[in-house]
Design a binder for this molecule. Structure first.
Ligand SMILES: NC(=O)c1ccc[n+]([C@@H]2O[C@H](COP(=O)([O-])OP(=O)(O)OC[C@H]3O[C@@H](n4cnc5c(N)ncnc54)[C@H](OP(=O)(O)O)[C@@H]3O)[C@@H](O)[C@H]2O)c1
Length: 239
């Protein structure tokens, strides 16, 4: 991989998909920095990643916190933002506050990280966002998140033009088994859900954080890829 010695900042790197990306970067000899809100989670994850990974606290709902993060981290080659969550409500159940809270992190957090982070990105650098398969195959049970992840994909494609030659890409996952990372949990219900989901997909298996990490490696190292939405979804969006 061409990312050895690159400096990679992963916001959301303390668990789940971000931790999967951080581990893959570290194995491929990048200098890894992870950032999120909880110092405790960050410290545990830095030990898990190894290879001299570093961490900083940030809350992407605060512009000041984002500005301070970049001042502390300095110049980077690749910026990855995985921070986000799912609002599990239908349109009829959503208040305006629910809708705005979803957009606050899932969209505006990524907008502000790009806005304040771009001047710290080195020549040849890239940005990667995580969206979700519901951007292209909307799910009315997670109405607002289907909308916000679609907005992230539209923003990334437009940023690929606005920030050129910085490359901007998106990984769009469906269900990923994060039970072995950070805050992930595996109870009977989750196990059954993962098994039935696997059976329903063309891939006949569920994705792993490593699958997401490998996708991120590809997007960081291939200089001809920008404005792309890379589906890592077991074929969910084609059935
Ligand atoms: N896992 C899946 O199957 C899957 C599938 C499709 C899409 N996605 C999407 O991918 C994203 C990541 O999923 P995940 O499974 O990796 O979730 P996760 O394990 O909950 O990780 C979220 C990360 O973001 C950080 N974070 C949350 N709020 C933040 C904030 N305000 N500022 C800074 N960092 C913040 C968390 O750390 P702190 O708590 O320390 O802040 C954590 O490091 C989510 O948007 C999710 O909807 C996930």
């Amino acid at each position: 991989m061409k990312i050895s010695n690159s400096k990679v900042l992963i916001i959301g790197g303390s668990s789940g998909l971000g931790l999967g990306i951080a581990k893959e970067c570290a194995i491929n000899e990048a200098q890894v920095t992870i950032a999120s809100r909880s110092k405790e989670k960050l410290q545990d994850s830095v030990s898990e990643i190894g290879y001299g990974a570093e961490c900083h606290v940030v809350d992407i709902s605060s512009e000041t916190s984002i500005i301070n993060l970049f001042k502390n981290v300095g110049h980077i080659d690749h910026l990855v933002v995985t921070s986000g969550f799912v609002t599990g409500k239908q349109f009829s159940e959503l208040s305006e506050k629910d809708a705005r809270d979803d957009f606050e992190i899932n969209f505006w957090g990524k907008f502000n990280v790009s806005k304040y982070g771009v001047k710290y990105l080195n020549k040849g650098g890239s940005i990667i966002f995580i969206s979700g398969a519901f951007a292209r195959k909307p799910n009315p049970n997670v109405f607002m998140t289907s909308v916000s992840v679609a907005a992230v994909e539209a923003m990334a494609k437009t940023l690929a033009i606005s920030l050129s030659p910085i490359r901007v890409n998106v990984i769009s996952p469906y269900v990923i088994d994060t039970s072995l990372t950070g805050s992930g949990q595996m109870n009977e219900d989750r196990k059954e859900f993962l098994e039935s989901t696997a059976k329903s997909l063309p891939s006949k298996c569920i994705g792993s954080p490593k699958d997401i990490g490998e996708a991120a490696m590809f997007l960081m190292s291939n200089s001809y890829v920008t404005g792309s939405i890379l589906s890592i979804d077991g074929g969910f969006t084609v059935i």
